[in-house]
Ligand binder design. Structure first.
Ligand code: 1CP
Length: 365
């Protein structure tokens, strides 16, 4: 890790204030997967480097992280470090290819395969390149916006490690849960422990907020989410807080994005240990607010496909979303975002319009 860890003062801390539960003059806004395939400047870099080569080269990861910040300067309120959730399975010793989606040549077929995983993961050794990328990116940002660090939630990572890639049916990873429940729980907690060390390392390197992506939370029945995903999410929030406190490092806000698990929002808000809950588009913002109460801030939640609908529908939908989040009471602890990642076919100018509409309709002025 880089030794010099003094960073430039923040010029825009809207995101951090909202994440801590403060009412802000307008909603801070960023979008999941904002550094990515909808940007022509992304393809220019990607044409010369493989996906994981970019992740492992701090200067390249920094460049891709900064691309949306440059393009949307003055409109966007956060950067998220360019990396992937699948670097954690790699750190555990698994091979992962990206061609074009994730592929694990040697997935975990049965609990016997657990012996192939590294027993002790030294995150500085295995993932130090992410820490280095965070440190140089935070410096290059020069306080313009905060830098978000992230990891995948254990259940979502477990699904890739067992399925060997993306899945529509989740048959293999669900078979694990029901055939080998104790081994599944042990593996989920083992992944969580690596996530804790990885997230603490990201904070030490300069990350100012942490987001945990549980992209496949909604594949679990409510009681299975409670049994399998929630304990590992709690282990992460508690573990990160404990380790940072033990090292006298200031806490940073933590966001959990439990995509599709809207029946679990109240329990996550009250028992999860997170500061912010990310919402997908399948719940009305005012209803989500009612469920989570005042304990946490919320983030979301425009259907990413609205960005294909042209400026008029983007404006109409953003206006509606802002009204529903504000609930007539000002912009209370809300971070505007999409309800999932931006997709490759979006026109970057339409995303700009989305940002402009959020500024306009979330303002308290
Ligand atoms: O060929 C390419 O260039 C690959 C495209 C790509 C990109 C740009 C992948 C492959 N990952 C990423 C970057 C990435 N992934 C970021 C960068 C920071 C940013 O947001 O700008 C982040 C936060 C992620 C997180 C991620 N990776 C998630 C969680 C978020 C979500 O969308 O649900 C997941 C599920 C992944 C796995 C993954 N990596 C890449 C793909 C195509 C996928 C998803 C595959 C699937 O649907 O199962």
């Amino acid at each position: 890790m880089a030794a010099d860890l003094t960073f430039p003062p923040m010029k825009n801390d809207l995101l951090l204030r909202a994440a801590r539960g403060e009412e802000t003059e307008r909603a801070p806004v960023w979008v999941m997967r904002q550094a990515g395939r909808y940007l022509p400047e992304f393809h220019k870099v990607r044409a010369h480097h493989s996906f994981f080569e970019i992740c492992r080269t701090p200067e390249l990861a920094m460049e891709l992280t900064l691309q949306p910040i440059r393009r949307y300067s003055g409109l966007i309120d956060a950067a998220i470090i360019f990396s992937d959730i699948l670097v954690v399975p790699q750190a555990l010793g698994m091979e992962v290819e990206m061609n074009p989606g994730p592929h694990f040549p040697d997935p975990l077929n049965t609990p016997e395969d657990l012996s192939k995983l590294r027993a002790d993961v030294d995150v500085n050794k295995e993932l130090g390149y992410v820490f280095d990328a965070i440190t140089i990116t935070r410096k290059a940002l020069d306080g313009e916006v905060p830098l978000i660090g992230f990891c995948g939630a254990p259940w979502t990572l477990f699904s890739y490690m067992v399925e060997g890639g993306s899945s529509k049916t989740f048959t293999k990873c669900k078979s694990w849960l029901f055939r080998y429940p104790e081994e599944s729980k042990a593996l989920l907690l083992r992944i969580a422990d690596v996530c804790v060390d990885f997230l603490v390392g990201q904070v030490k390197a300069g990350a100012q907020l942490l987001q945990i992506f549980d992209s496949w939370a909604g594949e679990l029945a409510p009681h299975h989410f409670q049994e399998f995903s929630l304990p590992s999410l709690q282990r992460i929030s508690l573990g990160v807080r404990r380790k940072l406190a033990a090292e006298k490092i200031p806490l940073v806000p933590m966001t959990v994005f439990p995509k599709g698990a809207n029946s679990e929002l109240a329990s996550l808000a009250h028992e999860g240990g997170y500061d912010v809950i990310g919402l997908d588009w399948c719940i009305e913002p005012s209803e989500a607010r009612r469920l989570v109460g005042d304990k946490v801030a919320v983030q979301g939640n425009l259907d990413p496909n609205v960005l294909y609908g042209g400026r008029e529908s983007i404006e109409r939908e953003v206006k509606r979303m802002c009204a529903s989040f504000k609930g007539g009471k000002g912009t209370k602890a809300w971070i505007a975002n999409l309800g999932h990642g931006i997709t490759p076919g979006v026109d970057p100018d339409d995303l700009k319009w989305f940002f402009e509409c959020v500024h306009k309709y979330s303002s308290n002025a």
